[in-house]
Design a protein around this ligand. Structure first.
Ligand SMILES: NC(=O)c1ccc[n+]([C@@H]2O[C@H](COP(=O)([O-])OP(=O)(O)OC[C@H]3O[C@@H](n4cnc5c(N)ncnc54)[C@H](OP(=O)(O)O)[C@@H]3O)[C@@H](O)[C@H]2O)c1
Length: 238
């Protein structure tokens, strides 16, 4: 894909991985819409990404609601006329042994991480058909490795990997590419982390952005459908 002038929509782009991907896509000449639950946060992050309103847009959308995601796609089409790349990135993680995991935390993870990627795809699939575009989900290594305290999070990310792979089979006849990226530890605000010097061993959000660019630039005949990515060296303290 020639990236210049192409339009990307990144759910949950106000901070963390989504924000890092937005920075990199803008550097490559793309136009980028980011979303978050609060309009003031989405607009603030959009204006710190770029002072040029022709190339960036902040949208309020809660991915747990299909109507919000439909509205987000309409707003993007009104502004730019097409949407070529979707990053279904918004996600939350709550970690506790299953007997202690609170019901509302389970529901929030299922509604955001799993129902959210479904809502984003349902809202954008006709536009992606028009654009012969690319739909990418941010799953996790927790979508293939299970661990204690992660029953809820594992359930969502295993679900995202299965959803994305099956959707890939459904959509490739339309020349829509579909991939899932499965990162290990990334320096972001995930799970109440504040990125700091002790996070330098982790993948940085812009590294995921560079990976997205590699995927977008891959020859049209070739599709890496599932990408595991991890820190080269694990945390020395562990
Ligand atoms: N960090 C890691 O180590 C890691 C590893 C593997 C996978 N991941 C996955 O990567 C994705 C991004 O996480 P991150 O690490 O960047 O976390 P983060 O720094 O906490 O950012 C999460 C983003 O999701 C948005 N968000 C949360 N709930 C939302 C909702 N209901 N609707 C719309 N946006 C929502 C937040 O925006 P607002 O707060 O502004 O709404 C924020 O922009 C997640 O799917 C996560 O599971 C993270």
């Amino acid at each position: 894909m020639d990236l210049k002038g192409k339009v990307a929509y990144i759910t949950g782009g106000t901070k963390g991985i989504g924000y890092g991907i937005a920075e990199v896509l803008l550097k490559h000449g793309m136009k980028v819409a980011i979303s978050g639950r609060k309009i003031e946060d989405a607009e603030k992050s959009a204006s710190s990404l770029s002072s040029n309103p022709d190339e960036v847009l902040g949208i309020s959308s809660d991915v747990t609601k299909l109507s919000d995601e439909k509205n987000a796609i309409e707003v993007i089409l009104d502004k730019w006329g097409h949407v070529d790349v979707i990053l279904a990135n918004a996600g939350v993680g709550h970690f506790a042994p299953i007997d202690e995991l609170e019901d509302d935390k389970w529901q929030q993870m299922i509604n955001t991480n799993l129902n959210g990627v479904y809502h984003t795809l349902k809202a954008s699939v006709e536009a992606l058909k028009q654009a012969k575009g690319y739909y990418i989900t941010l799953a996790s290594l927790a979508g293939t490795n299970f661990f204690p305290t992660a029953a809820g999070y594992n359930a969502t990310k295993f679900g995202v990997v299965g959803f994305t792979q099956a959707a890939m089979l459904d959509l490739r006849p339309y020349d829509i590419k579909v991939s899932t990226i499965m990162p290990g530890s990334v320096a972001s605000h995930f799970n109440n982390n504040t990125p700091s010097d002790s996070d330098t061993w982790k993948i940085q959000p812009e590294d995921i952005g560079e990976l997205v660019v590699d995927l977008l630039k891959m020859h049209p005949r070739t599709l890496p459908s599932k990408i595991e990515v991890r820190p080269t060296r694990p945390d020395k303290k562990k």
